[in-house]
Design a protein around this ligand. Structure first.
Ligand code: PLP
Length: 377
């Protein structure tokens, strides 16, 4: 009797999220370099104009990173020492780090079990007279539930690093919060390699960020300084990549939708492997395909699944470990207990998702996941 034939192991490693760039980006960079303008200049201005138009905001300010976007948004809204900022632990640590950089105190509240976005009810309970901002994250591309957060009467600084295309209840992400912060990091849906953008309808917020990203010369030959700012501007070389990426966003979305549909169909019968919820009232950016591995039903832990998939040549990632459990925060906030986030931190696993993948790559990832699941479950 022959043993059942297993799906073939991939010969080459499938990267979790390779950048989706090609000849158009290369040509755009070459053109910018030929123009002689390497630092912030006309390409950055064009990106700001196009991005503001894309999200329907009064202003878009381009910066060196999503982290800088979050940091300068806090400063622009006057957040400083003695203030508290309510945020989610299920995020890249940058979201919390910038609160510390601003001299304020991060107040972590628990997330909702279905989409792992900040729980508005927990946020409401955490607001005090010292709360100067709320920083939700649109995890994986699912917008946070913004309406109940906006009702709290505290400025919302939205971390939309994953949410370039997202729409919340008919309103484009980027046009809703006091400041919305996008990342142009290499893996993001609109990428420059590195970079960030803040969108806002407030002239004051936009001006305060511009004043802090790079010293602005006044009129005439003398220069002056209103505020000691940072060096957080975006170069035209990178802006030219982001401009091409922005123009491709719909084309890339079609690929993401196809790959997500393949995963959704395959996962329906894998016990203990469940994707995060996507709210049908919203447009999800499909930036990440995050599943939760329930060790009891799936027969092994997330870490065991991740290792087994790596053995199958399938790259995965983790979004995210709860920030309050990372050493620096744990030492300073040892009493913070957020059971939903902590359990999720043990279970989340992000499967390969990128417009640079072929359908066959996603099928390989699915076949490997099936094989691993058969072995464990
Ligand atoms: C949720 C979230 N917030 C903020 C950032 C920071 O963005 P950047 O890497 O552009 O500084 C990232 C990741 O890159 C992120 O995933």
């Amino acid at each position: 009797m022959s043993t059942p034939k297993l799906s073939p192991r991939r010969e080459t490693f499938l990267s979790f999220q390779p950048p989706a760039v090609g000849e158009e980006e290369i040509e755009a960079v070459a053109e910018t370099i030929r123009s002689g303008w390497l630092t912030t200049g006309p390409r950055t201005a064009e990106l700001e104009e196009r991005f503001a138009e894309y999200v329907g905001a009064g202003h878009a300010v381009a910066l060196s990173s999503g982290t800088a976007a979050l940091h300068l948004s806090l400063l622009a809204l006057g957040v400083g020492p003695g203030d508290e900022v309510v945020t989610t632990p299920i995020t890249w640590p940058a979201t919390a780090n910038v609160i510390v950089h601003a001299g304020a105190t991060p107040v972590f509240v628990d997330v909702r079990d279905d989409d792992l976005n900040i729980d508005p009810e927990r946020a409401r309970e955490a607001v005090t007279e010292r709360t100067k901002a709320i920083m939700p994250v649109d995890l994986a591309g699912q917008p946070a539930d913004l309406d109940p957060l906006l009702e709290l009467g505290v400025p919302v600084i939205e971390d939309a690093a994953h949410a370039a295309e997202s729409v919340y209840r008919g309103r484009k992400v980027g046009s809703i919060a006091a400041a919305t912060c996008f990342s142009l990091y290499a893996t993001k849906n609109v990428s420059a390699g590195e970079g960030g953008i803040v969108t806002t309808d407030s002239d004051d917020v936009a001006d305060a960020i511009r004043d802090r990203r790079l010293m602005r010369r006044g009129h005439g030959s003398l220069y002056d300084l209103g505020v000691p700012g940072y060096k957080a501007n975006l170069s035209d070389v990178l802006a030219s990549i982001a401009l091409v990426q922005l123009a491709k966003v719909d084309r890339h979305r079609e690929i993401r939708e196809r790959h997500v549909a393949l995963y959704d169909a395959a996962l329906a019968d894998l016990d203990g492997i469940t994707p995060l919820a996507r709210d049908p009232r919203d447009l999800h950016a499909l930036h990440l395909y995050v599943v939760r591995v329930d060790a009891e039903r799936a027969g092994a832990t997330r870490d065991e699944y991740q290792r087994a998939l790596a053995d199958e040549n399938i790259g995965t990632s983790i979004h995210f470990l709860p920030v309050h459990r990372l050493s620096w925060y744990r030492e300073r906030y040892p009493d913070v207990s957020l059971p939903v986030a902590e359990r999720a931190g043990d279970e989340v696993l992000s499967l390969p998702l990128s417009p640079a993948h072929a359908d066959a790559d996603v099928e390989d990832a699915i076949a490997a996941l099936r094989r691993v699941h058969e072995r464990f479950a």
